[in-house]
Design a protein around this ligand. Structure first.
Ligand code: SF4
Ligand code: SF4
Length: 87
């Protein structure tokens, strides 16, 4: 399991610096940050510490198994973001 960022995200990057394994992107210093509608969590790197949940001002982050029904597809959306950036 990993944590997942959902549509509520306002891309303010509060969660980026708190993450101990740097698995949230795009970072503000990434050119992709300027155009992104939200940030994403790399499920392969997330260690389930939940530190990001407490700093998110809009409650956009959920543990994958606790996603609201309407946002369950965001687990795949987060995963896909990092797959595409690897290719
Ligand atoms: S749960 Fe922890 S490791 Fe996973 S994205 Fe949030 S801060 Fe990073
Ligand atoms: S703290 Fe919340 S709103 Fe801000 S970038 Fe992270 S997930 Fe998005």
């Amino acid at each position: 399991m990993a944590y997942v960022i959902t549509a509520a995200c306002v891309a303010d990057s509060s969660c980026v610096d708190i993450c101990p394994v740097d698995c949230i992107g795009p970072r503000p210093d990434d050119p992709a940050y300027d155009d992104t509608e939200q940030l994403y969590i790399d499920p392969a790197a997330c260690i389930d510490c939940a530190a990001c949940v407490d700093v998110c001002p809009v409650l956009a982050i959920y543990e994958a198994g606790a996603l609201p029904l309407k946002w369950q597809h965001y687990a795949a959306i987060n995963r896909q973001y990092f797959r595409e950036s690897e290719s």
